[in-house]
Design a protein around this ligand. Structure first.
Ligand SMILES: [Fe+2]
Length: 205
């Protein structure tokens, strides 16, 4: 079992492990939710690429005998930025808002917690129990706009775009450190060197 612990996670109760008795929206239903929440075209392209990376992780894990629901992972990734359009127009935290909306419309707590926690995972990095959420988080960290990049390149871009103060730069650095920790955990879990991997939705720059 791959189980490492972040140094700065909070002592919150963890989300429940995956359940198989709650329906998961299929591809068509996810795309209908994009329409309903008026997702912008560039965010649709980004979400498709993130979903392709997350699906790769899920399928590899399943092929190796792990109990992973590939469609649950894909749906959570397709919907991870569902509240981005709203947040751009009206403000607010897009991950928390999106997570709340997706809990309301899908009723699936694992799917929705993948949305809520796609920026930073405040719990232990435990792929046995929280594969879907960590797959969404990691995939998002490997996609800049709609192109697959390394974690280092993705965060260089984030610091350039958002790192206006020392505090923000420190938060971005902590998020990058976690992303690298998650990458190491996935690399061990599915036995693929993910840092070198280009997946199918883009090319390494
Ligand atoms: Fe996001």
């Amino acid at each position: 079992m791959t189980h490492t612990t972040t140094t700065n996670h909070w002592t919150l109760p963890e989300p429940p492990p995956s359940r198989t008795d709650i329906p998961v929206p299929d591809e068509e239903q996810c795309l209908a939710l994009w329409d309903r929440f008026e997702m912008l075209d560039n965010i649709r392209r980004h979400s498709t690429c993130v979903a392709d990376v997350a699906t790769f992780l899920a399928q590899k894990a399943k092929d190796q005998g792990h109990d992973v629901d590939v469609q649950l992972v894909r749906a959570s990734a397709l919907l991870h930025d569902i509240a981005k359009t709203y947040a751009i127009l009206h403000g607010g935290n897009h991950s928390q808002l999106g997570g709340a909306w997706m809990q309301e419309v899908t009723g699936n707590p694992v799917l929705s917690s993948g949305v809520t926690h796609h920026v930073y995972w405040p719990f232990a990095i435990d792929l046995e129990n929280h594969f879907p959420q960590l797959a969404v988080l990691y995939a998002d960290k490997r996609v800049r706009h709609d192109t697959v990049v390394s974690i280092a390149d993705r965060f260089e871009d984030l610091i350039e775009r958002y790192g206006s103060t020392e505090y923000i730069r420190r938060r971005i650095q902590a998020t990058m450190d976690q992303a690298l920790e998650v990458e190491t955990a996935f690399t061990r879990f599915i036995k693929v060197d993910l840092n070198e991997h280009t997946f199918d939705c883009g090319r390494m720059e």
